[in-house]
Design a protein around this ligand. Structure first.
Ligand code: FAD
Length: 311
């Protein structure tokens, strides 16, 4: 990878920088290139100091569990922030749950259940972190992150601490306006309920997902977002048509490019069957998009984030 950012150009920090650090292979897809520079901040103050003093032209990225991201094979230029365990605390006060950006969604759901708080069970089915859930407005079974979010604390690209509401984040289906900002933590509101009921719903979600999704594969969840009602209507399709039906209708189920395949069980899930490159995954997705555009006149929107340089 062509080096364009050097550690010597970056602020002196208490945390750790490493060069050419494996990144894509740490994600759910287990493929893709390295981070030009990886920064592991010591704590929130260290991260803030870094952002306040990092040259504005240096690209800065952040990830959680990389369960929704393809890192391209040529790696990611600039600095990639990797949060540590100190950003994964979960606190409960009354019916409010505050979780650090690196807390796993499933842990938040489980701790809510322990405290007899319902409404957050959907998080148990999403294998990412709270930072990723906010950025993506993650959701399942009819509930989205925005429905339970009270407020979030972010650091802007230049290190300013901000508290925002879901409205200010303009959260819509798998979308928010978070771009350069870094999520530090989020507060959710639960609904007081019997702990047993909440735990039973979490168990139900687990069973449902094991039956319908390839959750033990190298995957990134739904590849494409469901099309809008306007797009479906314009294409003369019923407004409840899900994206998997469109993929199925163009022969996408099981389709392979190199080591990448649209899953047989859930054809909107793309998987690395073993030796896929990130280019295989992306080319497979683009092949599906081209076929759906040709047949239905609908341009599918990638839900999986694709970042970095192609080889
Ligand atoms: C088996 C499987 C099932 C899935 N099922 C669902 C589902 O039902 N519903 C659903 O919505 N998603 C689902 N996903 C996708 C994924 O888990 C979610 O999008 C999740 O919210 C991503 O979180 P992450 O921490 O892995 O984010 P990453 O993939 O690490 O990052 C995703 C985006 O979030 C940004 N981001 C991450 N952390 C921060 C932060 N601290 N501050 C600012 N930005 C940040 C990244 O920059 C990137 O743009 C599934 C994925 C898999 C593998």
């Amino acid at each position: 990878m062509l080096n364009s950012t050097k550690i010597t150009d970056l602020p002196v920090v208490r945390g750790r920088y490493s060069e050419n650090a494996p990144l894509g292979v740490k994600g759910w897809f287990r493929c893709g290139g390295a981070a030009e520079i990886l920064f592991k901040p010591e704590d929130q103050d260290d991260l803030q100091h870094f952002l306040q003093n990092c040259p504005s032209q240096t690209p800065v990225h952040i990830f959680g569990a990389l369960s929704n991201t393809i890192i391209r094979d040529g790696g990611l230029k600039g600095v990639t922030i990797r949060l540590g365990r100190q950003f994964a605390d979960i606190k409960v006060e009354g019916d409010l749950i505050t979780a650090g950006a690196l807390a796993l969604d499933a842990n938040v759901a489980n701790i809510a259940a322990e405290h007899a708080l319902g409404g957050l069970e959907f998080l148990s089915g999403i294998p990412g972190t709270i930072g990723g859930a906010l950025k993506m407005n993650a959701g399942c079974y009819g509930v989205e992150t925005k429905d339970v979010l009270v407020e979030a604390t972010l650091l802007s690209r230049n290190g300013r601490l901000i508290t925002v509401t879901p409205q200010e984040l303009e959260m819509t289906y798998r979308h928010t306006n978070i771009d350069q900002d870094i999520v530090l933590s989020a507060t959710f509101k639960g609904i007081p309920e019997s702990s047993e009921f909440v735990k039973a719903r979490i168990a139900e979600i687990k069973t449902r997902r094991e039956e319908s999704q390839p959750i033990r594969e190298k995957t990134g969840g739904s590849t494409f977002a469901n099309p809008s009602v306007d797009d479906l209507t314009a294409a003369g399709l019923p407004e409840e048509t899900k994206v998997w039906k469109l993929i199925d209708s163009v022969g996408g189920r099981g389709l392979m490019v190199g080591g990448a395949q649209m899953n047989e069980k859930h054809c909107n899930f793309m998987i690395n069957t073993g030796n896929a490159t990130s280019a295989d995954l992306e080319n497979l997705g683009e092949e599906i998009r081209a076929r759906v555009l040709e047949k239905h006149g609908i341009t599918l929107r990638w839900e999986i984030r694709r970042m970095g340089e192609s080889l």
